[in-house]
Design a protein around this ligand. Structure first.
Ligand code: IVH
Length: 694
């Protein structure tokens, strides 16, 4: 019996390791999640029944072993070095010049790599099996975090192919940005403390004393260097070593490459810099490594850093400045968002004066007060945020007490005086005034006229402000009643109130062209589409993609307005919460009146028959198409998949069954990879369609 069990255990382990490799390294999964889970369960059951077959590197250890107390100290036989830093191009030129001079090579090749912002780790393998993993520590010795590292699924526990007797691989443990965001969202929903940033998330997760907790954290690993190696002859260059590591089963960043001479390096730096925000993980610069090992040896080391490598860092994305005031803003859905007005500061290439505090929890956590010195961060195109307060610099009064009290979110809306309330389990506080609240009304109007909604050219924030404040517009339908004279009168009153009467007006001339254009733009917007109108209405949680799905699913507005929650839940991508929001929106008499008024004003769109998922071999599957296909349009591909019963959705989520990725697929593909979804290329789609459409 045990012999049979042993054979099955070996078979399952092999299959699960292969699946992991296909999934994490080749990005070409071969097993469905349920099949993987089933095999893992079978293996766990067998291991429980046959303790003699247990193995510390079995795929079952990914769930985390029981805690074993403090971390032991591990000495690094080959020290873990640090890197010299450069911020300026000139420093890179000096670095390359030094290498050219000392190696006599006029155009040396470099391995160029992203500088991952996580935690450096050394992994030790003996005879192809993982034996130990440790943090960098002080470079000479670190902490043994093996049990935690075993839970990271992209770290191989057994190497593929011919493994050397001893192999130490160094790399970075990181938390991918999308996972970090998702984690924090869930943590906030549970009322737990969110992680400060992905780097802290990775570090904190790896230092957990209970590996079962680490196993819950979305960590990843990328290899970029070697430590001790015995029983293998290395290739002659670092870039070839990275390729070899990938073959052995280690993830290597997709951004690594080679570049020649200083121009090649600076070009790489610039190109990565441009794509920085689109990468799935945080990087704080790039690393250049002289590629040929014989040249590396010739350059040698200074103190604890190699002379053959250089970290070229990006300008800091975090800066310190002072808080001038703390304000709140009321959004379209009433969300009350606290933010700070700051002394202007240059962060990551732009000057910022405002940073968000997100919500009341964050305000309480950070305790930002007027006069405080704060660290602000800008990540990509997201709104700058306050990271923390430098408490030592808080202004104090003569008695040593803080000069300003803690900031409190108002309990009345600053715009309409309605109560500000926070629903049970929600982080966001909202003004309860609804469309009675001018702030919400303005935001709704702005959204209604925005380019992707009704696309009313020229209807900017300033006009909306005046239209609402002076009582010209109460609902979005009122826009369609406005005349050229209304606009001119409104502008005159607004100018008078602001004391900014233009010279032309004083001279008795009144410009009317702008008003004529605006009225014309409003007129043009009447010819719209159902999906635009649905999006423009500003139903909470109905973005462009959901609006489009709703428009297709119902074909016309009336059946959608009549649909109950149950019917709405049948729509792809619409879950119970969104279904409730939509049903609730259309139940409100006020909203029905606005829609009737829009129609009466002449807003119109084409309606068609509902296009619902048909029954077929793909029934129950949700598919996302992204990127361009060579053999047909995306719409055609979508229609053919729908004809087979699939729901075609515009956004990737855990519920997506598979993603078809064509040429130049972007963020959706990246998200699908992160979620570990099944990703199809065009040939696979064509083969599948050919098979099923027969
Ligand atoms: S190589 C001998 N490559 O940067 C050179 N390091 O400042 C050893 N890091 O502790 C390091 N990405 O945590 C290397 N592609 C990369 C890296 C990288 C990030 C970190 C690593 C190291 C620190 C050195």
């Amino acid at each position: 019996m045990s012999k049979k069990a042993a054979a099955r255990v070996a078979e399952l382990r092999q299959a699960l390791e292969d699946a992991n490799y296909r999934y994490y390294i080749l990005d070409d999964p071969n097993l469905a999640d349920i099949e993987y889970d089933r095999m893992l369960r079978e293996l766990a059951d067998l291991e429980a029944a046959h303790p003699e077959l247990r193995d510390p590197n079995s795929p079952t250890v990914r769930v985390g072993a029981a805690p074993s107390g403090k971390f032991a100290t591990v000495a690094h036989d080959v020290p873990m070095l640090s890197l010299g830093n450069a911020f300026e191009d000139d420093e890179v030129r000096e670095f390359v010049a030094r290498i050219e001079k000392e190696t006599g090579d006029g155009a040396p090749m470099f391995s160029v790599e992203p500088k991952l912002d996580g935690l450096a780790i050394s992994l030790r393998y003996e005879q192809g099996a993982f034996v130990r993993g440790a943090t960098r520590g002080d470079g000479s010795s670190g902490e043994d975090v093996s049990a935690n590292l075993r839970t990271i699924r992209s770290i191989p526990l057994r190497l593929r192919g011919k493994a050397p007797a001893v192999l130490e691989v160094r790399g970075e443990v990181i938390m991918p940005n999308a996972d970090f965001e998702r984690w924090n969202e869930a943590a906030r929903a549970r009322g737990e403390k969110p992680m400060a940033n992905p780097r802290n998330g990775a570090a904190g997760s790896l230092r957990q004393l209970d590996p079962r907790i680490t196993a819950q954290r979305p960590l990843a690993f990328y290899a970029y260097a070697l430590g001790q190696v015995e029983g293998a002859s290395l290739p002659p260059t670092h870039s070839q070593t990275l390729a070899w590591l990938r073959e052995l089963g280690f993830p290597v960043s997709a951004e690594v490459g080679v570049a020649q001479g200083v121009d090649g390096l600076l070009d790489y730096y610039r190109r990565i810099g441009e794509r920085r925000d689109a990468l799935p993980y945080d990087i704080d610069g790039v690393v250049y490594k002289l590629d040929r090992y014989d040249q590396q040896r010739a350059m040698g080391f200074v103190s604890r850093a190699p002379r053959w490598a250089l970290a070229h860092k990006f300008p800091a994305q975090e800066e310190a400045t002072t808080v001038e005031s703390v304000e709140v803003n009321v959004g379209r859905t009433g969300a009350v968002t606290p933010w700070v007005l700051m002394t202007p500061v240059h962060v990551g290439g732009v000057t910022v004066t405002r940073a968000t505090l997100h919500n009341a929890d964050q305000v309480a956590r950070l305790d930002v007060r007027v006069g405080d010195t704060v660290i602000v961060r800008r990540a990509g195109d997201v709104i700058p945020e306050v990271v923390r307060v430098v408490e030592e610099k808080r202004p104090l009064d003569r008695r040593g007490k803080p000069l300003h009290p803690p900031f409190q979110l108002p309990d009345k809306c600053p715009d309409c005086g309605s109560a500000v309330e926070r629903e049970e389990g929600e982080v966001v506080a909202r003004c309860t005034g609804g469309l009675f609240c001018p702030a919400q009304r303005k935001q709704s109007l702005f959204h209604f006229g925005s380019r992707r909604a009704m696309d009313i050219e020229g209807l900017g924030e300033r006009f909306i402000e005046a239209l609402v404040d002076l009582g010209y517009v109460h609902t979005v339908a009122d826009l369609y009643r406005l005349t050229v004279d209304d606009f001119i009168a409104m502008k005159q009153r607004a100018d008078e109130m602001a004391g900014t009467v233009p010279e032309t007006v004083k001279a008795g001339k009144i410009a009317t062209r702008w008003a004529e254009n605006l009225v014309a733009a409003i007129e043009v917007s009447k010819a719209s589409s159902l999906e635009r109108v649905l999006y423009a209405l500003g139903i909470r949680d109905v973005g462009e993609s959901t609006a489009k799905t709703l428009a297709r699913h119902f074909g016309a507005l009336d059946p959608l307005m009549a649909a109950d929650e149950e019917a709405l839940k049948q729509v792809p991508d619409v879950g119970p919460v969104v279904a409730r929001r939509i049903a609730h929106f259309f139940e409100q008499p006020h909203n029905r009146e606005v829609i009737a008024a829009l129609r009466a004003a002449g807003v119109h769109w084409k309606e068609g028959p509902p296009r619902r998922a048909t029954e077929g071999p793909l029934s129950g599957q949700t598919v996302v198409l992204t990127g361009g296909l060579a053999s047909m349009s995306r719409d055609e591909a979508g229609a053919r998949l729908e004809a087979l019963g699939a729901k075609v959705s515009g956004s990737v989520s855990k519920k997506t069954s598979f993603v078809v990725a064509g040429e130049a697929a972007g963020s959706k593909l990246a998200k699908a990879r992160e979620l570990g979804l099944d990703i199809w290329d065009e040939p696979r789609l064509l083969a599948y369609l050919a098979e099923l459409e027969r």
